[in-house]
Design a protein around this ligand. Structure first.
Ligand code: PCA
Length: 189
């Protein structure tokens, strides 16, 4: 069954950035794309807390699918993430001041969990919209990966599907392109 109710999340600014295009792009999306209704959620860049808020929102809106969006500074293409890793390893503190060094996210969880939305189709759809896209096999080990892994773990074995898309800084990809990329990605799932 195709997802009808999609929870889509973006992040607050973090580190040295005073803006985060992930939320700006998510917030600019329409509330319906095709037959999908979008529920948008702004998340704090905090280990654990971001995932808790997303889980609560997914329950509240009875999401069939969850697409999380984050900033990957340094990347120049839109990168759907193929996998979440069971590790927290931060080179800078999160926005609550927490800086884990090589901890598991779930003590009894598998080392890695593959995304359950069709990330390859997303890459093709984004490229077809004329925007650079590439499948990524690492969402890092910071809060974005924490969110992706936690949602994949929680919804493992359920019909609720989960994926994550990293977008570049605005200096490397205009916000309008990131918005178009997300629109194309959503249309492909
Ligand atoms: N990017 C960070 C966390 C928040 C965001 O937008 C990351 O890639 O982990």
């Amino acid at each position: 069954m195709e997802p009808k109710t999609l929870l889509i999340t973006g992040f607050e600014p973090f580190g040295t950035e005073d803006r985060n295009p992930s939320w700006e792009a998510v917030n600019a999306l329409p509330t319906c794309i095709g037959d999908r209704t979008l529920t948008k959620l702004l998340l704090p860049v905090e280990f654990g807390h971001a995932a808790e808020l997303a889980l609560q929102a997914a329950a509240d809106c009875r999401a069939d699918a969850i697409l999380c969006v984050g900033l990957a500074a340094g990347r120049t293409a839109v990168t759907p993430e193929a996998v979440g890793l069971n590790v927290r390893d931060a080179s800078i503190p999160d926005n609550a001041g927490y800086q884990p060094a090589g901890e598991p996210i779930q003590a009894d969880g598998p080392a890695a969990i593959f995304s359950t939305l069709p990330v390859r189709s997303m890459v093709e759809a984004i490229r077809s919209a004329g925007i650079p896209a590439k499948l990524s096999y690492t969402a890092g080990t910071y809060v974005c990966n924490d969110l992706l892994y936690t949602l994949l773990h929680r919804f493992s074995g359920t019909p609720t599907r989960v994926a994550f898309v990293h977008i570049p800084l605005e200096k490397d990809l205009p916000l309008t392109d990131s918005i178009a990329a997300l629109t194309a990605a959503i249309g492909s799932i």
